[in-house]
Structure formats: structure tokens, C-alpha cells
Design a protein around this ligand. Structure first.
Ligand SMILES: C[S@@+](CC[C@H](N)C(=O)[O-])C[C@H]1O[C@@H](n2cnc3c(N)ncnc32)[C@H](O)[C@@H]1O
Length: 220
């Protein structure tokens, strides 16, 4: 992102322009740290809701994976409550920020390159339907851009989740009413996962939803 650049992201819902996220960056980057900060998602209502449910779900024996950890805020709160925690993000600026928080973090695109299994996986993915004109410049776009349906990252996550869950493992996935919850549940079912809504919170133009995902084989 260049100095004095101004970016604004508008979300189009049912023909109306709704302002979900407004990012105005009229700034001169004073330092590398400041530049890094504006490239990495800052915790918001969705982060809080997922954290709230993760705090209920986590057990002291759990090997936890937080996918898409951004600044590492959620990971640093969960880490003391679990047996171990590893975090990932696709954004290299996020990796640096999370490392600075003392998080054990690696750069990865979803589960690519990850061989381990986990007892608890949590993910607040980019879930907003995003057209070409809505895209942000730079790495911050990875925090929001869910592709045309909002499910471009959610679907491949669901396709590989099961093979990374230990016996008895479960996952918490944050989605929005804008990302087509029924489609997400259907996709989960196709991938052999049962999806249960464990939390819902209404905002002015969307509902945030936390799904708990468990392999069907674990339910039988
Ligand atoms: C909505 S932000 C959530 C950040 C943080 N977990 C929170 O709740 O505040 C989504 C995060 O997922 C990361 N991300 C997006 N696509 C990813 C992918 N394919 N693999 C790993 N991380 C990804 C983004 O870089 C971003 O940090």
C-alpha cells in the first residue's frame, strides 16, 4: 500500500451498499511496524464471538490449531488453557506480529504442508462475498475476501479438515449469514462432517454464526 493512499471497502447486499468495513488509510508509514499493523486484521466482533466459544470448548488436554491467527490475540488467550497450540496464517505480516506475541506460528495456506492432527481447530476465515471491485490492495485482502459467494476459503478448509482432526477432534468455524450458512452446512455434510450452530449474533446487516464441526464417524 502506498503512502497517502485511501482505500474504502463497501459491501453490496441486496443491491444496497452497506459499509461493513471501512478502511481509510491516509497515512505516511512512520515505521515498518505501523505498515505491518495495517496489513493485518484487527480483532473485531467476529474474533470476539469465536474466542468466546473457543474458551467454552477448549480442554486442557487439547492440541489446538488456530488457522488464520492474524495478530495472535485469540491464540494468546487460548494457549494457557490447552496442552499445546500452533497457529498459522497465509499473511507474512501476521506471522511477524503473532511471533512477537510469543505464538508458535507458521505461514501456511490452509492445511498445506501440515501433517499433524489436532483435537481442536478454530478458524475465523475470510467469509464475505467479495467482487473484483471490493478487493483491498495488499495482504489485508486475505482477511476479508471470500470470493463471489464468501466460501472460496471455507470450502477448501472443509475439504481437508477431517484428515487433520484427531479421534474425538472438533472444529469451530466462524461464518456470516452473508456466506450462505445452508451451503456451508451442506458442504460440511458432503465432507463427512456434522455442523451444529453453537452461537449466533445479529449485527445491523448480518448475523455472525459459529459452527461446531465434528466428523460423522465420531458421532456413530
Ligand atoms: C477474518 S481474519 C481473522 C483473524 C483472527 N483470527 C481474528 O479472529 O481476529 C482471517 C485471517 O485468516 C487469514 N487467512 C486467509 N486465508 C487464509 C488461508 N488460505 N490460510 C491461512 N490463513 C488465511 C487472513 O490472513 C486473516 O489473518
Amino acid at each position: 500500500m502506498t503512502a497517502n493512499e485511501s482505500e474504502r471497502s463497501k459491501r453490496h447486499v441486496n443491491g444496497d451498499t452497506q459499509t461493513k468495513i471501512i478502511i481509510e488509510t491516509n497515512y505516511m508509514p512512520e515505521s515498518k511496524n505501523k505498515f505491518q499493523k495495517i496489513q493485518v486484521y484487527e480483532p473485531a466482533e467476529d474474533s470476539e464471538l469465536l474466542l468466546k466459544m473457543a474458551l467454552v470448548e477448549v480442554r486442557s488436554t487439547d492440541k489446538v490449531l488456530e488457522m488464520g491467527c492474524a495478530r495472535g490475540v485469540t491464540s494468546s488467550k487460548l494457549r494457557p488453557l490447552a496442552q499445546s497450540l500452533i497457529a498459522t496464517d497465509i499473511n507474512p505480516h501476521a506471522i511477524k506480529m503473532a511471533k512477537a506475541e510469543g505464538i508458535n506460528v507458521i505461514q501456511a495456506d490452509l492445511f498445506k504442508g501440515i501433517r499433524s492432527c489436532f483435537d481442536l481447530v478454530i478458524f475465523n476465515p475470510p467469509y464475505l462475498p467479495t467482487g473484483k471491485d471490493d478487493r483491498l490492495k495488499g495482504w489485508l485482502n486475505f482477511a476479508f475476501d471470500g470470493g463471489a459467494t464468501g466460501r472460496d476459503t471455507i470450502n477448501p478448509f472443509l475439504e481437508t479438515l477431517k484428515e487433520h482432526l484427531s479421534p474425538g477432534g472438533r472444529a469451530l468455524l466462524l461464518i456470516s449469514s452473508l456466506s450462505g450458512p445452508e451451503n456451508v452446512k451442506e458442504k460440511a455434510k458432503k465432507e463427512g462432517l456434522r455442523a451444529k450452530t453453537v452461537a449466533k449474533e445479529k449485527y445491523f446487516f448480518e448475523e455472525l454464526i459459529v459452527l461446531k464441526l465434528i466428523p460423522e464417524r465420531a458421532i456413530d
